[in-house]
Design a protein around this ligand. Sequence first.
Ligand code: NSS
Length: 438
Amino acid sequence: MSEMDKEIWDTTVSKVSRHVEQEVRLKGWLYNKRSSGKILFLILRDGTGIIQCVASKAVLGDELFARMDGLNQESSLIIQGHVRKDDRAPGGYEVQVTSCEIVAEALPEYPITLKEHGPDFLLDHRHLWIRTPTQRSILAIRSEVMRACRDYLDSQGFLEVSAPILTPSACEGTSTLFETPYFGEKAYLSQSGQLYNEAAIMALGKVYCFGPAFRAEKSKTRRHLTEFWMVEPEAAFMTFEELLVLEENLITYIIDRVLDKRSEELKTVGRDPSDLEGIAPPFPRMTYSQAVELLKKENVEIEWGDDFGAPHETMLASLHRKPLFVTHYPAKAKAFYMEPDPERPETVLAADLLAPEGYGEIIGGSQRISDYALLKQRIEEHRLPVDEYNWYLDLRKYGAVPHSGFGLGIERMVAWICHLDHLREAVPFPRTITRLRP
Ligand code: NSS
């Protein structure tokens, strides 16, 4: 069988436009159906899209037609038929069924119906809910975002390294650590691969890790998961200024990729692409001190030295259509490893990137301390066990260099792109303080 024949024989809904007036075979699930007694309209979904298949009693025969007519939603099918362009059909194409195989008949009363369900019901049925067009589209966009991260960083000469998940120490503060017994001692689920990336750049130059991160976030917010995915690039000799440029370029690349490859999915989730067009460097910037001034002018309660909460971020980011960099945070509001600003050492060379439309921080990044004595002092000030950080301090003993990196939260990025109300729809199986199942 030639490649072309094979593609026709095992095509997908997303590719039917290439096979107009040809016979194809589609494998999928029954999403909906209607019957006129002699004609059946079967709506088939196959993971790549949805298409209407028209089956007549004359072609299928009485017995198969009756069985098909009685099928429940979600029954699995292999349908063979002729592709026709039809502007009236949803999606613009339909299939005239020539034969049909029922793979498995679904039980009646599929729990997810077209009527409104509450969020808890849907989340309890997340294993089925992901089949619906909107959820499927969000997950397809998520996959595109993740691939875009890898493609962009690979194209810039970064190498992917795998950071450990089981770790003996904290990267982002001890209050959100997940503890687990580890053969007679305690281990923690990784909050970030950053510290290991810092070791890896001294071997490989430019690296990124990409994996799940865990935070026992005690607060119940729309923006926090206890398990989320993060891509974390890190590069030796990269300055703070270069870091911000890398962030802008990565975000722009991701947005362009989704606009290019996932326009159908954006439509399905109800996102107007023009909201995202025009997201291009340079992104606006403001220092933390300028941001505090601005917030005070708007009568928002904040004191210099406080970290921003969701309302602060939302207000600041609403000033622009593009994401906003807030830079030079007070050292005491941030993690232990951040390089002080030589001009104003009570602040650090750190930047958060705040997405517009109330999505808040999507990236946290900084230049890292490269001086041994200062880093040790910061570890002590943060009351972290120095012994566990000796290997990390070693990196400052043997050829320290200025270096920088950041972490982009995948669910925050997807939530912004898809205009979601809550991060839990941006991940296949969300984990929050109140949800471990399914
Ligand atoms: O805590 S961060 O701001 N920074 C770090 O973890 C650095 N160690 C990363 C690095 O420089 N290599 O988290 C980075 C991003 C943040 O901007 C969010 O987009 C996301 O990770 N993030 C989260 N997403 C979902 N849920 C929770 N709880 C969460 N925490 C951070």
